[in-house]
Ligand binder design. Structure first.
Ligand code: ADP
Ligand code: MG
Length: 391
């Protein structure tokens, strides 16, 4: 076990120094759903042209990555999320959030195509299991499932000696109320430790599993529990934010190393007016905009290098504080629709993403959180008892 100790030592040494790490901002253009005029043209893997309908010359926007309509889920995963998974396995926190108006492709990216109706049994092949695989072809599978598969792949590759525990929680924020998507019930409260540093959700189920199949089915079931409300903009629009958290704990001779990956499917960023919201729907719109506004304000403050960033304005920003406050890497995937009729929402999203693009977050390791502190004492205690035996 001497060899494993020294390899852990190397890992510790490389994980320690704080590195400069920008927030990565990607824009994904979904395929056009109809043959109409377009307002977006992707000109490279990092830039696109936006056309405001002839009022002024097309404007160029540049980001860390621009995914065009026929780019695959695998390409999006490899570019945005795979590097974060490696960090999470090394004890860092990381976050990916999908931003954009309703219908721009957020859920497609995070989860994959969600069947609108129950597929009829006649549509299913003879090997259909009735599960996710039966409804969605493997190339369409989204980032959430890919990340989990990838994490289990790394753990299996590390061999049977690795003692790594994976647990997940999945919640939605709807009208500023938090609901557990793995165990739906009444709203849950946010708790803060005395210094306001660690934020937890009281009573949220955290499911530990070593079976990737189980995780996938939990996720699909959880997504079905999301609050769906039809709006004029999109019949299957979800007015809720969905936040998946994957925690990876590895026991090493030096203590327990913990990394956490947040994957967030944000609610539609469109303005309440456009969706002709009324009554309850309008209130939802107001809450959604409040949390996305709060997120935008945090991003603005961070990009301006502000000393004080207000995370307290919404549940979303309080929960994502860990992700945005510079203690982990963050990837924002902003989604846009290419059809001209979505021009205004597309512009809003491009501007939001452009602002986010200038943030620099500092990466700090949170490895060896608990037992590391006790390690030297334990070590010396056993050394002392060994010496006693020798006497
Ligand atoms: P949102 O979650 O942002 O409201 P969806 O993910 O539901 O949007 O996407 C809206 C529609 O566009 C769905 O029918 C979805 O299957 C389709 N779609 C979105 N992105 C893609 C893509 N990259 N490739 C193929 N279809 C897509
Ligand atoms: Mg959606």
């Amino acid at each position: 076990s001497g060899g494993s100790t020294s390899s852990q030592g190397r890992q510790l040494a490389t994980a320690q120094p704080a590195q400069e790490e920008r927030l990565v901002v990607a824009v994904r253009v979904r395929p056009s759903l109809e043959a109409t005029e377009r307002c977006i043209e992707v000109i490279s893997g990092g830039s696109l042209l936006y056309d405001d309908g002839g009022k002024s010359r097309p404007r160029k926007y540049s980001y860390d990555h621009v995914f065009k309509e026929n780019d695959t889920q695998e390409q999006v995963y490899k570019t945005t999320t795979a590097p974060l998974v490696r960090d999470v396995l090394n004890g860092y926190n990381a976050a990916v959030f999908a931003y954009g108006a309703t219908g721009s492709g957020k859920t497609h990216t995070m989860l994959g195509p969600v069947p609108r109706k129950k597929p009829s049994t006649a549509d299913r092949g003879p090997t259909a299991t009735g599960g996710y695989e039966a409804d969605v072809s493997s190339q369409d599978i989204g980032l959430m499932v890919r990340a989990i598969e990838d994490i289990f792949g790394h753990i299996e590759a590390a061999g049977p000696e690795s003692s790594t525990k994976v647990s997940i929680s999945y919640l939605e924020i709807y009208n500023e109320l938090i609901r557990d998507l793995l165990n739906p019930g009444g709203p849950l409260e946010l708790r803060e430790d005395h210094r306001g540093q660690r934020i937890t959700v009281a009573g949220l189920s955290e499911i530990t599993t070593s079976s990737r199949k189980e995780v996938v089915s939990l996720l699909i079931k959880g997504n079905k529990a999301r609050t769906m409300e039809p709006t004029a903009a999109n019949q299957t629009s979800s007015r809720s934010h969905a936040l998946l958290s994957i925690t990876v704990q590895t026991r090493t001779p030096l203590g327990t190393k913990q990394g956490r990956l947040f994957l967030t499917d944000l609610a539609g960023s469109e303005r309440a007016k456009k969706t002709k919201n009324r009554g309850k729907r309008l209130q939802e719109g107001a809450h959604i905009n409040r949390s996305l506004l709060a997120l935008g304000n945090c991003i603005n403050a961070l990009s301006g290098g502000a000393r004080y960033v207000n995370y307290r304005d919404s549940k979303l920003t309080r929960l994502l504080k860990e992700a945005l406050s510079g203690r982990c890497k963050t990837v924002m995937i902003a989604h846009v629709a290419p059809e001209s009729k979505h021009r205004d929402e597309t512009k809003n999203t491009l501007v939001y993403a452009d602002r986010a693009n200038s943030i620099t977050t500092k990466l700090q390791s949170s490895v060896y959180i608990d037992e590391f502190k006790n390690f030297p004492t334990k070590h010396y205690q056993s050394l002392v008892s060994e010496l006693r035996d020798e006497v």
